[in-house]
Write a protein that binds this ligand. Structure first.
Ligand code: RAM
Length: 349
């Protein structure tokens, strides 16, 4: 369990409870898995070789989500592995997918660097019997069996727009520091943020969207460049844990500390110092460990054939309870959660 305190546990448990009741999962593929088998918890012979393929390695967010995935795989006595590129690149993910197909794993659990570039590799994997679960960042729906969504895209966009507009008094210039330009998840959130801003915040102007590629140094440099280019900037939204941490590090020792607001999606451990020193007031996220945990159980349900993709189908996800399949073969974890000075000490991820 990653949360320090019972209060923290309750906080994110609420989100999980919401997910269990309001959500819906969908699974398409049925049938057998290729490859070698390992004995399942049910004593049967199931291919529970489950490999996580994050956008990139070395990102604390994926370290946490994939650890959650490993916990679940251990519970049902499968074989967990994690592989991934050093930088967030779809081309590199294609090679990993091809290798995993050759190795006949039971399932690939993928956070995609691009919605389509990994498509033909995934199609081949599926044809070979490998179950495809996307989590965190989706592909086009036809390439995977199910997508495990951390929270609704609308909810993730709204919490960030609410935070930044409150922090800048609902007026002035802002910019977005995103992950890589093709990331499915950030691009969906940014489109919805733009809509929210246009509809509800006429005095807020979005100057620019720049990309730090989920690379710490690039994100740091892009923050510096934004502040040079837009001298009236009042706020930055970074919908990536890598970007927001790098931007906070930049701001914390600059003349802009406490003057240019920063919010977005971050992990409590990476953001704690910047909340405590006044660089950042509040930011949001979900529990990445629960996301990975849920993704592993969805992979198991696909391998078992207990879910077939019908809307309303359900599966058990260990300590998180029962989840249902919704539209677009998507399973929803829960609501985003806001972290600030009053609660950040209670979290450890
Ligand atoms: C980064 C990645 C990930 C995203 C989080 C919020 O770690 O871009 O895909 O979900 O930020």
């Amino acid at each position: 369990m990653l949360l320090h305190s019972s209060t923290g546990r309750r906080g994110l448990a609420r989100a999980a409870g919401f997910a269990a009741s309001a959500l819906v999962i969908a699974l398409v593929a049925t049938g057998c898995s290729g490859g070698s088998t390992s004995p399942g918890a049910d004593g049967g012979s199931k291919n529970y070789k489950i490999t996580f393929l994050p956008k990139s390695l070395g990102n604390a967010y994926f370290d946490t989500s994939d650890k959650g995935g490993a916990t679940a795989v251990k519970e049902f006595k499968g074989t967990y592995k994690e592989v991934g590129p050093a930088t967030a690149s779809a081309d590199a993910q294609v090679s990993y997918i091809n290798t995993l197909t050759q190795q006949q794993v039971g399932a690939i659990v993928l956070s995609a660097d691009d919605p389509t570039a990994v498509g033909s590799a995934l199609t081949q994997a599926k044809a070979a019997g490998v179950k495809i679960v996307t989590f965190d960042s989706d592909t086009d729906a036809k390439y995977r069996d199910v997508f495990i969504n951390q929270a609704s895209a609308e909810g993730i966009a709204k919490v960030q727009v609410d935070l930044i507009t409150k922090q800048i008094g609902d007026s002035g210039e802002i910019a977005i520091l995103s992950a890589s330009a093709n990331a499915t998840n950030q691009n969906a959130w940014i489109e919805l943020m733009k809509k929210d801003l246009t509809a509800d915040h006429p005095n807020v102007k979005l100057d620019d969207v720049v990309y730090g590629n989920d690379d710490d140094q690039t994100s740091f440099d892009k923050t510096s460049a934004l502040l040079q280019k837009y001298p009236n900037l009042k706020g930055i939204v970074s919908p990536t844990t890598v970007g927001i941490a790098a931007a906070a590090r930049y701001l914390s020792t600059s003349q802009y500390k406490g003057k240019v607001m920063l919010t977005g999606l971050g992990t409590p451990n990476q953001m704690r110092d910047y909340v405590n020193d006044g660089t950042v007031t509040a930011f949001a996220l979900w529990n990445p460990a629960d996301l990975g945990y849920l993704a592993s159980y969805a992979a198991k349900a696909l391998i078992d054939g207990t879910i077939t993709g019908k809307e309303g189908d359900s599966f058990k996800a260990g300590k998180l309870g029962t989840f249902k399949v919704g539209a677009d073969q998507t399973v929803l974890l829960g609501d985003p959660f806001t972290f600030d000075k009053s609660n950040i000490a209670k979290f450890n991820f």
